[in-house]
Structures are given as structure tokens and as C-alpha cells.
Design a protein around this ligand. Structure first.
Ligand SMILES: Cc1cc2nc3c(=O)[nH]c(=O)nc-3n(C[C@H](O)[C@H](O)[C@H](O)COP(=O)(O)O)c2cc1C
Length: 221
């Protein structure tokens, strides 16, 4: 502020606007450069990780009767959930909120819900009987480095009664405290090893399938 007043006094308003204009341009260049570099790093990390799943992997997991529960706002988690279900011959159950989120307000709305712990109401209707299943997968998107609020809503009203529960997430690149928060909120669950999936281009479909199978094989009863 002091510098701006100094500039106005000594060089006039025109000079001040010129300086502000250049500062804004510099800020835009720095922010764009940083986000391009971040995207590049994520791409390279994905490439390295998925190179571990090049080989076709046979499925040899005994998971018993399986249920896959998921919440998905834009479809990524649904895709993974459906792959798990297809591989394990499982039923699926989609968690749905009564209200509909829309973009871009979803960012502020969900941030508020997470901070206030005022989670959204879920649609009622058919509810699976947890006791009917030997292994229950529960997945959803990472929002603000934790579970999307709908998952908190679901866990708050679910008693897993000692069932084997397997959490999974999908995310851009950083799942943050998703699994920590899941374990802390999954009531009476025997929480098994989780897996997380970055959003990837279709060219990685085969590797993603191998990654899922590698994980399923570790979950045998
Ligand atoms: C409100 C909001 C917050 C998000 N926060 C994160 C985040 O903290 N970390 C991350 O890697 N991705 C984040 N994402 C990206 C989603 O986790 C990612 O796109 C996910 O795969 C979406 O799953 P869905 O298509 O099943 O809804 C966020 C997306 C939204 C809409």
C-alpha cells in the first residue's frame, strides 16, 4: 500500500495502473506455470505407477458373497465400482444424495458441509442387508482431501456389525486423509487394505484392471 501511494505521488496514476497490470500478468504466468508443472508431475507419477501393472494378472481371490457400495458424482468411482463388481460377481449399491450438487458451487458447498459436519441427506429406498455379505467394498471420490460428504452421511447411519469392509477412492492426484477418515467413521467394520485410483486416460484401462485384480488377490478370506 505504501509503495502504491509512493508511486502515485511521484509518478502519477498511470504509472500505478501500469505496475498493477504487470504484476497481474506475472501472477497469471506464475500460477499457470505452477499448475502446468503439477499436471506434468502427476502424469509422470501415474506413468511410473501403472508400469507396475503391465502384466495380465489372474484373479484368484476368494471373497465370498460381495457387495460394492459407492458414491459417484461424475462417474469415475462408478466405473471402478462396476469393474470390482464384474470381477467378483457382486451386487452394487449406489449412494445418492437427495439434493443435487452442481458445478462450480459444489466446491464451496461441500467445503462448508465438511467443516460444519453437516452432511447431506441421502435418498432412502432399497438398502442392502450388510449381514448377507462376506466382503463389502465402499468407495467414493476424494473431495477436499477426504471423503465426499455423502460418504460421511452413509457411514454415520451404517453399522457394519463386524463385516469385512474394503474402502476405495478415486481422485485427481491426492487422497489426503480419505482412508484415515474412513476408518475413523466406519462403525464396527473390520477394515481391510484399501486401494486408491487416480483418474486416468482410457489408454491405462488394462493396467487399471490389473491393479484392481492385484488388490483383490490380497483380500482373500
Ligand atoms: C468438490 C471437489 C473436491 C475435490 N477434491 C479433490 C482432492 O482433494 N484431491 C484430489 O485428488 N481430487 C479432488 N477432486 C477430484 C475428484 O476426487 C475426482 O475427480 C474423482 O475421481 C471424482 O469421482 P466421481 O467421478 O466418482 O465423482 C475433487 C473434486 C470435487 C468435485
Amino acid at each position: 500500500m505504501f509503495y502504491l501511494l509512493y508511486i502515485i505521488k511521484n509518478f502519477g496514476r498511470k504509472a500505478m495502473f501500469k505496475i498493477i497490470f504487470y504484476l497481474v500478468i506475472i501472477a497469471i504466468i506464475v500460477i499457470s506455470g505452477a499448475s502446468a508443472y503439477h499436471l506434468y508431475q502427476v502424469k509422470e507419477k501415474n506413468k511410473t505407477e501403472m508400469a507396475n501393472f503391465e502384466n495380465e494378472t489372474p484373479l484368484n481371490a476368494d471373497l465370498g458373497n460381495v457387495l460394492v457400495i459407492y458414491y459417484s458424482w461424475t462417474g469415475h468411482t462408478k466405473e471402478i465400482a462396476e469393474q470390482i463388481a464384474a470381477l467378483t460377481n457382486a451386487k452394487t449399491y449406489e449412494i445418492k444424495t437427495v439434493k443435487e450438487y452442481s458445478s462450480p458451487s459444489v466446491y464451496m458447498e461441500s467445503k462448508k458441509e465438511l467443516m460444519s459436519k453437516n452432511y447431506p441427506e441421502l435418498e432412502k429406498g432399497f438398502k442392502p442387508n450388510i449381514a448377507d455379505y462376506d466382503t463389502i467394498f465402499v468407495g467414493g471420490p476424494v473431495w477436499w482431501y477426504t471423503m465426499a460428504p455423502a460418504l460421511f452421511s452413509f457411514l454415520k447411519k451404517t453399522d457394519f456389525k463386524g463385516a469385512r469392509v474394503v474402502p476405495f477412492s478415486t481422485q485427481g492426484s491426492n487422497y489426503g486423509k480419505f482412508f484415515e477418515d474412513f476408518a475413523a467413521n466406519a462403525q464396527n467394520a473390520d477394515v481391510l487394505p484399501s486401494e486408491n485410483f487416480n483418474n486416468l486416460a482410457p489408454e491405462y484401462n488394462a493396467q487399471v484392471k490389473n491393479k484392481i485384480i492385484t488388490w483383490l488377490n490380497k483380500l482373500s478370506r
